[in-house]
Design a protein around this ligand. Structure first.
Ligand SMILES: [Zn+2]
Length: 326
């Protein structure tokens, strides 16, 4: 695995390559960005590069260090995950002890601390000392979804690299090349991924997503086509698929945005559900413009309510009633 396996994030990978080239490697790095966007992957390739015996800006993939790294058995790489999703003081103390031991092989030791969002204040205070004066042979790479939970004194001791959504074109290309999707399919999946490459790949590999999308579209159609359909029957699906609710609400949201585009512009390049044009067309004829807008608002409200842990069942029912009440 090397930088060629990273889709997008060229600004970040280039700055890491330059750091190696100019021998200007920071003691600690903080990789910040949404889940599944590629932070850990980039951190690992950077770690592999730093340990590579060829000492180039990219890993050689051939030396004993690179081979050990790929097999997951490099003695100078220490990957740590939070215990019970949080880093506690004891865990940081264990890392601090381990840091004091000299590297086995080369002259460098890498610590990768994954998902430090939920690190406790106590653990942060204790870790601060290490970040202030780590031994010269240590490089610390940390990943975080959002650094707001970290003390500013921690952040200021790290080089922060922010991961932003990957351009759609690059994701589409990857899905066609590696996952053998048709262009149409790849474009639909990419729209659902919000530029998060890991999410796009997960959707591409998931039969479940395909199934759920079909079901959701048919629920929308049922809700719209008859006022006799019991909301209760429809909401049952949402109870069962609670773990996918974010994706489901995205599907519904994107669907009604398509209906709106269809209403305003007719069939056009902004439509995402390109494989369902006829259905979109008939709904766009049936629904008044104001109604589509209010449905979109309700979905957006449902999304924030669910994130805020407002009563799930009630939120879903209100949303379905709004869609149904034509
Ligand atoms: Zn190597």
């Amino acid at each position: 695995m090397d930088y060629n396996n990273i889709i997008g994030h060229e600004n970040i990978t280039n700055s890491l390559k330059n750091a190696v080239k100019n021998n200007n490697i920071a003691h600690s790095y903080l990789f910040e960005g949404p889940k599944s966007i590629g932070k850990t992957k980039v951190a690992k390739i950077f770690a592999k590069t730093l340990l590579c015996k060829e000492q180039g800006v990219i890993p050689c993939n051939k030396c004993s260090s690179c081979l050990k790294f790929d097999s997951g058995n490099h003695p100078d790489v220490h990957i740590r995950l939070g215990e019970g999703a949080t880093f506690k003081k004891e865990q940081i103390e264990e890392i601090q002890k381990s840091i004091k031991i000299l590297p086995y092989e080369g002259y460098r030791k890498i610590y990768i601390l994954q998902d430090i969002d939920k690190i406790t204040k106590q653990a942060q205070n204790s870790f601060l000392k290490t970040l202030e004066e780590p031994p010269a042979y240590v490089t610390i790479l940390m990943t975080v979804t959002n650094s707001y939970s970290l003390l500013s004194t921690i952040i200021s001791r790290c080089q922060v690299l922010k991961f932003t959504p990957v351009e759609s074109g690059k994701i589409v290309k990857e899905l066609i090349k590696t996952y053998e999707k048709s262009r149409e399919e790849a474009e639909v999946i990419t729209s659902f991924s919000n530029g998060i490459i890991g999410k796009a790949i997960e959707i591409a590999k998931s039969e479940e997503f395909k199934k759920i999308r079909e079901e959701v579209i048919s629920i929308i159609s049922d809700a719209l086509s008859s006022d006799k359909v019991q909301i209760f029957t429809l909401s049952e699906f949402f109870m069962k698929q609670k773990e996918y609710i974010e994706e489901i609400l995205d599907i519904i949201m994107i669907w009604f945005r398509d209906v709106l585009f269809m209403k305003e512009l007719g069939e056009n390049k902004f439509i995402i559900n390109k494989d369902k044009i006829e259905m979109l067309l008939s709904q766009s004829i049936k629904l008044p413009r104001g109604k589509i807008h209010s449905i979109i608002q309700t979905i957006s409200k449902a999304k924030s309510n669910i994130l805020a842990n407002v009563n799930y069942e009630l939120t879903i029912e209100i949303m379905l009633l709004e869609i149904q009440g034509v």
